[in-house]
Ligand binder design. Structure first.
Ligand SMILES: *[C@@H]1O[C@H](CO)[C@@H](O)[C@H](O)[C@H]1NC(C)=O
Ligand SMILES: *[C@@H]1O[C@H](CO)[C@@H](O)[C@H](O)[C@H]1NC(C)=O
Ligand SMILES: *[C@@H]1O[C@H](CO)[C@@H](O)[C@H](O)[C@H]1NC(C)=O
Length: 230
């Protein structure tokens, strides 16, 4: 009679205390304009509301869920109009392990939009350099620290496996800003296209519908989009 109940209670306690209450909330880098949640992404439509500046934002809930928002661009000093922008949204579960590492495991419905205006061969091609792909990358950090900054309050530092710190994140809210913790996009509909140069590119069906033709252009943009995202 009791053993089962006891087991359930113990399991619940372990799960609960495996989380770190100081991590819970909404965090954002730099000018704190990139924040997850409904103000950033609309997964069912595969759209984004572009933040005013680049950066990254994370939310962590007390029941083990995270949400990621990232807006990154690569500037081109000789051609300022040739910026390559990548916007990413994903959510899933996070795990803290005994050795202090933090793993973010995506639920599979994340997506990214890539815009590379100069990969088109002419001005009329510019629509083909804007497309959406599935994004489902696990992030592992060897450790993290939360410092209390006198001016900015709690500051979260994540460390890559090589010990490199990534941009510090400021806590913009004690509450996690998140979309519903469930599958929010149909990810099965992906399109594989063989480009003229014989390589393969993948985009979502919704993206394919809104972007007709010129696969070589998309492919070139996709290759650049796989640069490291920080
Ligand atoms: C810490 O634990 C995680 C999960 O068990 C493991 O993947 C990782 O390699 C460990 N890190 C170190 C530095 O041992
Ligand atoms: C997304 O990544 C996670 C972690 O690697 C994996 O378990 C899951 O199956 C992936 N989902 C899809 C749809 O690829
Ligand atoms: C800058 O843009 C020009 C025009 O598209 C391109 O030829 C050049 O390779 C770009 N430079 C970098 C560093 O991306």
């Amino acid at each position: 009679m009791l053993p089962l109940n006891l087991f359930v209670v113990l399991a619940w306690i372990c799960l609960t205390f495996a989380q770190d209450p100081s991590l819970v909330g909404t965090w954002s880098s730099g000018t704190q304009k990139v924040v997850p949640g409904p103000g950033f992404a609309d997964p069912a439509q595969e759209t984004f509301t572009y933040p005013r500046t680049s950066g990254v934002g994370y939310s962590f809930s007390d029941d083990g869920w995270y949400e990621l928002a990232r807006f990154r661009y690569v500037a081109n000093s000789s051609h300022p109009e040739c910026i390559i922008a990548t916007v990413i949204w994903a959510h899933g579960t996070y795990q803290l392990s005994g050795n202090g590492s933090l793993t973010l495991t995506p639920a599979g419905d994340g997506y990214q939009q890539v815009q590379a205006p100069c990969t088109g061969k002419s001005n009329s091609d510019s629509d083909q350099s804007n497309f959406v792909q599935n994004y489902n990358t696990t992030e592992v950090y060897s450790s993290y620290r939360i410092y209390n900054d006198v001016t900015f309050g709690p500051k979260l530092h994540l460390f890559e496996f090589d010990g490199r710190p990534v941009a510090p994140l400021f806590r913009v809210s004690e509450q996690p800003t998140m979309l519903p913790k469930e599958k929010l996009r149909n990810i099965e509909v992906q399109v594989v296209t063989t480009t003229r140069d014989g390589l393969v590119t993948v985009e979502t069906l919704m993206s394919k519908r809104s972007n007709s033709a010129s696969d070589g252009v998309r492919h070139a943009a996709q290759r650049r989009a796989w640069w490291p995202v920080w």
